[in-house]
Design a protein around this ligand. Structure first.
Ligand SMILES: NC(=O)C1=CN([C@@H]2O[C@H](COP(=O)(O)OP(=O)(O)OC[C@H]3O[C@@H](n4cnc5c(N)ncnc54)[C@H](OP(=O)(O)O)[C@@H]3O)[C@@H](O)[C@H]2O)C=CC1
Ligand SMILES: N[C@@H](CCC(=O)OP(=O)(O)O)C(=O)O
Length: 415
């Protein structure tokens, strides 16, 4: 199948004059209202996708929409509408000795291609952030969410039509792998690609893309409980980071504990036990837990349990002799997404926040906060695990580049 028509139409939509900020915000508010109004339709289509998936699959929860989730999506859309647009913002201005005025101004990236997991809220989020920043979005959603995504793009297109806006500002590609291959080769049509998904997707895109890519990779997430960690805070933070939504990339995968706090492990993990989290504990942690933790949920860890993203009610426990050993362990096993320390030692906290190489580093808080809306960005287009252009939750600013504006009155360069 040829995808040229999709790409041509998107590029043509991108050449049209920029929309007024007030109109952009009104469209976002109208899409939010339409999403709520069409809750029953969206949920019915979502159910068709759910019917094809095993409810025990961790992806099921990611795929599932509810009325409350649609309300939360609409609320995010409303907050994106309420945020200042970065477009046209002057980043710097200089008057040169020759009289030239040179300024740096934020502009859209252009056509943004997003390949993403079977999580239907992403369709709304990507549209909202791209539309607000004057970008054209080309979406390739997970095939497991195809009914949901098609219902959502219809909601968006209905509102765009109402405002006489070219619907090609947001295009949903057929949910087939060939569409991804075509996007990767769409030089001259797509300015940047943002893949959201498994290592297999990221590797495929990294190896094959001819257009620039911003990676949003897996979250192999650790929380280190330090010698001075507060037990009460620790138990709540760890349980929240692990169980708030186990299928998402910011969920906790491995608790690292200082050896001198091992005797506190039963109390530190009691909420996990109540929530039926399966633990894969190293030798010493296992010995501490075997008297108290529910037997069926406690296992001796194997090497494959470390440096692993579970995306389910499973978690590894690693014992370390020192703070330095925890830093070393994280440096080797982290995917540089989100990392946390629980400690009352100001010096260790400062060192951790400074030295740990991850997109988001936390002290005494749950890694579940790594999320665009939670960071005040309205929503997120992905959580970048690379360092160039953008890092961590990517919102409006991260969907812009800049250009230099040079104004003169007849200057020529000599020699
Ligand atoms: N950092 C971040 O912002 C995010 C990270 N993630 C990470 O993603 C993972 C979960 O995603 P998961 O549900 O497994 O999604 P997948 O990686 O299975 O799917 C995501 C998208 O990529 C496509 N895809 C997957 N593999 C390939 C491939 N080899 N070649 C071409 N296309 C491919 C899928 O298409 P198809 O439907 O055809 O399979 C789908 O559109 C977790 O590791 C999570 O941490 C997820 C979202 C955001
Ligand atoms: N935005 C997220 C985290 C990032 C995300 O979308 O990840 P995933 O669920 O793995 O597709 C959240 O906490 O809701």
């Amino acid at each position: 199948m040829s995808y040229n028509k999709y790409f041509d139409d998107a590029r043509a939509a991108g050449r049209k004059p920029a929309l007024a900020p007030a109109l952009i915000n009104q469209v976002l508010l109208d899409v939010a209202a339409e999403a709520i109004a069409q809750t029953a339709v969206i949920l019915a289509e979502n159910q068709k996708d759910l019917d094809l998936m095993d409810p025990k699959d961790p992806k099921y929860d990611r795929l599932k929409l509810t009325a409350a989730r649609i309300e939360a999506i609409a609320a995010d859309m409303i907050s994106v509408a309420g945020l200042d647009s970065p477009l046209g913002k002057q980043l710097s201005e200089a008057q040169m000795p020759n009289g030239l005025s040179i300024s740096k101004v934020r502009v859209p990236l252009g056509v943004v291609g997003v390949i993403y997991e079977a999580r239907p809220n992403v369709t709304f989020d990507v549209f909202a952030l791209c539309f607000k920043t004057g970008n054209i979005s080309i979406l390739k959603g997970g095939s497991d969410a195809d009914h949901s995504n098609r219902a959502i793009i219809s909601v968006i297109h209905k509102v765009l039509n109402k405002h006489h806006i070219d619907t090609h500002v947001a295009t949903l590609l057929p949910a087939e792998r060939e569409a991804t291959a075509a996007l990767l080769n769409a030089i001259g049509y797509v300015d940047v690609l943002i893949p959201r998904g498994s290592q297999s997707l990221i590797d495929f895109v990294r190896d094959n893309s001819k257009v620039p890519v911003i990676e949003t990779g897996a979250g192999i997430v650790h929380t280190y409980f330090d010698l001075t960690g507060d037990l009460e805070k620790g138990a709540e933070i760890i349980a929240n980071a692990k169980t708030r939504r186990v299928s998402v990339c910011n969920a906790l995968d491995c608790l690292i504990i200082h050896a001198e706090r091992l005797s506190d492990l039963p109390r530190l993990s009691h909420i996990l036990g109540e929530k039926e989290v399966e633990l894969f504990a190293d030798e010493r942690a296992y010995e501490e837990l075997k008297k108290t933790y529910p037997g069926a949920l406690l296992h001796k860890a194997q090497p494959e349990h470390f440096g692993t993203e579970f995306l389910s009610m499973k978690m590894a426990i690693k014992t370390v002799e020192s703070f330095e050993a925890a830093l070393e362990y994280i440096a080797i096993n982290s995917s540089k997404h989100s990392e946390a320390i629980i400690s009352e030692d100001a010096e260790n906290i400062a060192t951790f926040l400074n030295d740990v190489d991850a997109a988001a580093v936390y002290a005494n808080a749950s890694t579940a906060f790594t999320d665009g809306a939670q960071f005040g960005l309205g929503a997120e287009i992905g959580i970048s695990t690379q360092k160039l252009h953008a890092r961590g939750p990517m919102g409006l600013e991260e969907l812009t580049s800049y250009k230099w504006i040079v104004k003169g009155n007849g200057q020529t360069r000599n020699p």
